[in-house]
Write a protein that binds this ligand. Structure first.
Ligand code: NDP
Length: 269
């Protein structure tokens, strides 16, 4: 007797031979800033596996070249461009170079970010400015030139990687929390401006993700944080990449101006 699961599989197989599955991606040129980071790497891999052409920007040349070689050994072809996304002119130059080499960028993931944690009493003006310019100015610097290509193509997907700490604030992170909250304000404003042009703009706010950053936190503090996460574990970069890949799909065109919390239930609003 044919089970319901087998029937569903047969329908799926027939669909795959007759029509493309609903999730099949139209190949796009994607730019992921901060692609060489712990989360950024998984986003790049996931988009490449979906059939997209993926470029990333970097500052640290040695790290980026090693990253590209490592991923090439795993079977990924990724494109790297030197660019300080905190610098507007450099961002414009890099976007032009990517478009000249690969074609119009219609998927943008703003993932570059840094932290310079300290309480506000001890925070220098440089620590404030550095975090705001690398996390928030960078979103303007890259999105502004990329948007022209999305408008010309009547299609675009912009995903801004914010943080749980932009939603709830965090002791010692006035600079980072302000920048990450600002990203979502940017998302909501731009989403309204470009909604009729086939362009969606969304924020993904990861909770604590098991990257080098988390591994650097002393174990007792790490375990204390984990005990506050209802799902009972830290997130994985793949958890964030999964949400990003969903948001950039053709079928996600009705989701815009949203903030998708990806935090294992750690903070709900
Ligand atoms: P990483 O620290 O691993 O990597 C940061 C990336 O950003 C690197 O590729 C770095 O490149 C790049 N970058 C930073 N500043 C610039 C700049 N001015 N110009 C160009 N590139 C720059 O970060 P993750 O991948 O772990 O995090 C990705 C995003 O997710 C960040 O925005 C982070 O704030 C956010 N996030 C992370 C969480 C976590 O637990 N890891 C939790 C919540 C949010 P280079 O090394 O060449 O400078």
């Amino acid at each position: 007797m044919t089970t319901a699961v087998q029937k569903a599989q047969t329908v799926q197989q027939n669909n795959e031979t007759n029509t493309p599955p609903a999730t099949q991606a139209v190949p796009r040129v994607c730019l992921v800033t901060g692609g060489t980071g712990g989360i950024g790497t998984e986003i790049c891999k996931r988009l490449a596996r979906a059939g997209h052409v993926v470029a990333t920007t970097y500052r640290n040349e040695e790290k980026a070249k090693a990253w590209k070689a490592q991923l090439a050994a795993e079977g990924y072809t990724l494109h790297i461009y030197k660019c300080d996304v905190a610098d507007f002119e450099d961002s414009q130059r890099a976007v032009k170079a990517i478009v000249a080499d690969l074609g119009p960028i219609t998927v943008l993931v703003n993932s570059a970010g840094i932290t310079r944690d300290t309480t506000l009493r001890k925070m220098s003006h440089d620590q404030w400015r550095e975090v705001i310019s690398n996390n928030l100015d960078s979103v303007f610097n890259i999105t502004r030139p990329v948007l022209d290509y999305m408008l010309e193509n009547n299609f675009g997907r912009i995903v801004n990687i914010s943080s749980i700490n932009g939603q709830k604030g965090q002791f010692g992170q006035a600079n980072y929390s302000a920048a990450k909250a600002g990203m979502h304000g940017f998302t909501k404003a731009l989403a309204q401006e470009v909604a009729k042009k086939g362009i969606t703009v969304n924020t993904v706010s990861p909770g604590y993700i098991d990257t080098d950053m988390i591994q650097g936190v002393p174990e007792p503090i790490r375990l204390g944080i984990m005990s506050q996460i209802p799902v009972g574990r830290f997130g994985k970069p793949e958890d964030v990449a999964h949400v990003v890949s969903f948001l950039v799909e053709e079928g996600s065109g009705f989701i815009t101006g949203a903030n998708i919390a990806t935090n294992g239930g750690h903070f709900m609003d």
